[in-house]
Design a protein. Sequence first.
Length: 409
Amino acid sequence: MKKVITTLTIILVGYYIAEAQIDPKLLKRSILDTAKQSLNMDAVYERPFIAVGKLPVSLGGYMEANWQHSGTDGVSEGHQFQFRRMTLFVASTISKRIKFLSEIEFEPAEKEIAIEFAALDLELHPLLNLRGGMIMNPIGAFNQNHDGPKWEFTDRPIAMTQMLPATWSNAGFGIYGKHYNTNWMFGYEIYSSSGFDNSIIANKENKTFLPAAKENAERFEEMASGQPLLTGKIAVRHNKIGEIGLSYMGGIYNKWLDDGIVIDDKRRLNVFAIDFNTTLPKLNTFITAEWAWINVGVPPTYSQQFGNKQQGGYADIVQPILKRNILGWQNATINLACRFEYVDWNVGKFKETDGNIADELWSIMPGISFRPRPQTVLRANYRIQSQKDLLGNPPSRTAAIQFGVSTYF
């Protein structure tokens, strides 16, 4: 931890000293080519960076902060101000077709500084590229495409962060590639990495909970099962239709072998996901959706509150209603947005009664956002949420008003 903090401090101090001493004309911000064909898998590189002269290193990042007032069944903690996170990007083109990118995130809510992504890419051919280091497993779309300024909502999708463990990074290696022809584009990714452990069923939530594995920092050095986690994704995009992606993540998650002695059965985790995004013509309505199914091998000695099947997802609809010069900002945009969410943490029925196991949640979040520039957003949301417990008792109801800002820098 101290090494990460020291490194982060040196980079930031060096950046500001350089900015103060170097001719501003040498500071060049990379401009994203909006006409360039891209997929969700390109999200790690499609970020704004500032390059200093001919130095091989570029810097960038983003931050998020918000205010909220929420209450559940009439009980509220009042006004809350939150500085959610700040992320620093450091990228370098080491030489022709050799690139490095890192993402260092500071999340005050969890009081942690973590390296979320740090990988070396060797480009052999558009359809065959090697990547190694700390990678983001490409399960669904949000895990790789999670930057706050890209979204019209202060909260990240519940299904992707509380059912799936986004953001989910592991040490690993793999290959990826892309091919496009006129309006069509195809991409794939395949990675072998470290992964989950027994904490997904042995945790303080007392249920099957994949995000619990994020607390195990040892996964960057060793795997509980001794067998790699496999993650793969294929995506197809048509410029006039949209993009659809199919992904899979799975492997043995528990420690079943110790010093050559079998101590448990091999227990497997499988995750399947589908994601889709499109922009409707003329109206410019942007729609993005994602759904995931989880299957976990839960030991028979565990109670039924530990689900072996889970499912959930979200759908965002964003409608621009005004795009013009506003308060001196050219082409500023005002959007109306709405997010629909659903999560079922325990799909199935009780063995004794054949009654449905509830443990599910749904949420609707309408909102409005203002973008003075594409890379900066001010957003206001209202959340309506209903959540049932395991037995399906009358649901707890939550309402929340939120306002937040997020920007690349």
